[in-house]
Design a binder for this molecule. Structure first.
Ligand SMILES: Nc1ncnc2c1ncn2[C@@H]1O[C@H](COP(=O)(O)OP(=O)(O)O)[C@@H](O)[C@H]1O
Ligand SMILES: Nc1ccn([C@@H]2O[C@H](COP(=O)(O)O)[C@@H](O)[C@H]2O)c(=O)n1
Length: 206
């Protein structure tokens, strides 16, 4: 089993890089775990109060659950990955059964802040795009797919995204084995990562 951690700021292109890696691997050999699935259950809060949560602080993440799920995978066991709604700011109550595969990809903005999770990764990748690029992408994405308006995204960017990025996310670049520049689509870097994955898998199997 090869466990790959992919981090980077919001809008840097983590999900896109993951999709590019996954599309080239046989579906029965790879599974993806998103840190977004591990936002704490906030059912006890009103929707209004949920909108006030700082979603870019490590305390927003149920790391204990993520660690326990990664341990299950390493033992060869399946687990139920929660499904998260960015519209409701909460878990939906549904889960996706996630089973051990040859390649496990874990992606999310804060995954390198947790020492035990960091230790579990065989390859650590940081996806980097400049902050203006990330803000533009985040604006477009949140308005089209996450039910937000321009004022909400800009206020969140100023109040939490930017300071949290500088405090918690950017410093984890030092833990990365590979940093991918993604101001533009970077097919060369994705090809290199695919090659590294195949080499490591061959090494594990031989
Ligand atoms: N290299 C890139 N160049 C231009 N747009 C990109 C690039 N990578 C991703 N995007 C777009 O930016 C948005 C955010 O990308 P996404 O992969 O969801 O980022 P993240 O998962 O890091 O938040 C998406 O709409 C995606 O299509
Ligand atoms: N209810 C929520 C939960 C999280 N966010 C934002 O999502 C970002 C992380 O996801 P990416 O795909 O962009 O990496 C993070 O910056 C949170 O602010 C949200 O808007 N609403």
């Amino acid at each position: 089993m090869l466990i790959i951690g992919i981090t980077g700021g919001t809008g840097s292109g983590k999900t896109t890089v993951v999709e590019q890696i996954v599309e080239e691997l046989p579906p029965d050999e790879v599974c993806v775990i998103s840190q977004d699935s591990y936002y704490h259950d906030t059912s006890h809060l009103s929707l209004d109060n949920r909108t006030k949560i700082n979603f870019d602080h490590p305390q927003a993440i149920d790391f204990d659950l993520l660690v326990s799920h990664l341990r299950e995978l390493k033992k060869g066991n399946s687990f139920e990955q929660p499904v998260y709604s960015f519209v409701e700011h909460n878990r939906t109550g549904e889960t996706i059964t996630t089973s051990p595969k040859k390649v496990i990809i874990v992606e999310g903005i804060l995954i390198f802040t947790h020492p035990e999770i960091r230790e579990m990764f065989d390859i650590k990748i940081f996806v980097h795009a400049d902050s203006d690029e990330r803000l533009i992408r985040r604006l477009k994405r949140d308005i089209t797919t996450r039910g937000r308006d321009i004022n909400e995204v800009l206020a969140r960017y100023q109040n939490t995204l930017k300071p949290m990025h500088l405090q918690f996310i950017e410093p984890t670049k030092e833990f990365a084995d590979i940093i991918i520049p993604t101001n533009k689509y970077n097919t060369v870097a994705v090809d290199l990562i695919r090659t590294i994955i195949h080499q490591k898998l061959n090494h594990i199997e031989s």
